[in-house]
Design a protein around this ligand. Structure first.
Ligand code: SAM
Length: 239
């Protein structure tokens, strides 16, 4: 997150302290580039990054009418898909405002090793995320974790206020229905691989209180399911 220490005045030159400097490094800031930063009151500013003899500085030049960061925290757990589909998920999930993206291997998913053996692209993932976050003017870079296993997904996801496993088969709940009565602050969305979840995986999730939900009668591609689920949750509960 790019966080200013105090509420700025437009066009004032703000010296960049250690924590902001570290954040700007993560954003790979170069002099002249423009970013979104939040002040302590949560107001979002467009700021220009500059470098002078005295050190780096920011100049806020425009106050945004609304923060680009959603009040709802969404963690996306995405089974590793084939080819460039994961890059697409990274880009669109970032645009749609997720806070954390956890790629995982499941029973029917490809493994990272298999993916990398065909076309080693995983080193590009942080770059895809960064480009998407800059493009949609976010002030926070979503956290992208290392590829994890199914047990970790279950363990982490069930700690959210509302954890949903997206399931294309008849499972009792439509996503829209379950969102109607919920007011969670943190939502976990778990999306399966091209081959889907096994019945055992769905049952394991259910036992931990993770709710299988459907997006309707059409079988969506895994990346479409991720985007549709995030958009629906954000529209109903977030911003
Ligand atoms: N074979 C296609 C592909 O190559 O992507 C579709 C695979 S679908 C089994 C992949 C995942 O998307 C599922 O595990 C599920 O998480 C999600 N999904 C797809 N359609 C869905 C629907 N109608 N409702 C809920 N989730 C869905």
């Amino acid at each position: 997150r790019l966080l200013l220490d105090s509420v700025p005045r437009a066009e004032e030159r703000i010296a960049v302290g250690a924590s902001l400097r570290a954040a700007l490094e993560i954003w790979q800031a170069r002099p002249g580039e423009i970013f979104t930063a939040l002040d302590p009151e949560g107001t979002a500013w467009r700021v220009r990054y500059g470098l002078a003899d005295a050190g780096p500085f920011l100049v806020p030049f425009e106050q945004l009418p609304q923060s680009p960061e959603s009040p709802l925290r969404i963690d996306l757990y995405q089974a590793l898909p084939e080819r460039e589909r994961f890059e697409l998920v990274l880009e669109k999930a970032t645009e749609l405002g997720v806070g954390r993206i956890v790629p995982f291997e499941s029973c029917r998913s490809i493994t990272l090793e298999q993916r990398d053996a065909r076309q080693k692209k995983s080193h590009r993932w942080p770059h895809v995320l960064l480009r998407a976050a800059r493009q949609c003017r976010r002030a926070e870079l979503p956290c992208l974790t290392a590829v994890t296993g199914w047990d970790q997904v279950l363990y982490q996801a069930h700690q959210a206020d509302l954890a949903l496993l997206l399931y294309e088969k008849e499972c009792g709940w439509r996503l829209g229905e379950i969102l109607r009565d919920e007011r969670p602050r943190r939502v976990a969305l778990i999306i399966g691989p091209e081959g889907g979840f096994t019945p055992e995986e769905v049952e394991e999730a259910r036992q931990l209180g993770i709710v299988p939900v459907s997006l309707g009668p059409r079988l969506l591609r895994t990346e479409t399911a991720a985007m549709a689920a995030i958009a629906a949750v954000q529209a109903r509960l977030g911003d």
